[in-house]
Design a protein around this ligand. Sequence first.
Ligand code: HEC
Length: 130
Amino acid sequence: MKHLSTFMLIFVFLFTSCTFDNKGKSTLLFKDITTAITPIEIETDQAYLKLQKNLFKASCTKCHNAETAIKKDRLDLTKKKLILENYDDILYRMTDAFDMGFDYMPEEGGPVSAALIDELKAWKTSLDHL
Ligand code: HEC
């Protein structure tokens, strides 16, 4: 019985000290949601928008999108920044890789038209001169 009352005392002490320590405040921390809100980005690069539609969306993004980037570790060709960062590889796979006979893209359905490749090159050059 003596042990039990000692135990109760310790329990009450711990319980009250916890309550006082918290000073009635919630211990749950909420993430600062203001940092999660980013301004809506509006793409104004018309040449890029045209390429995104006629080249990437038409021939690539079925396999190269935000979802396959995560699930299959594949390049996301819906993102301008990533397209520019990987430009040389992207161009190679649509052109010389066909001559080499491997690593060419798109994998199926034949090469992208020469006219679109020229548009892509012209777009890249125009950005390099900015
Ligand atoms: C039918 C699906 C499919 C289509 C369409 C496709 N790709 Fe791919 N692509 C793949 C697969 C699978 C890989 C990974 C295997 C490899 O490296 O060959 C890949 C790899 C790549 C890579 C290397 C980086 C990476 O993601 O691993 C580049 C660059 C690339 N593709 C560019 C393109 C471009 C540009 C187009 C459109 C002209 C395109 N692909 C269309 C399936 C596709």
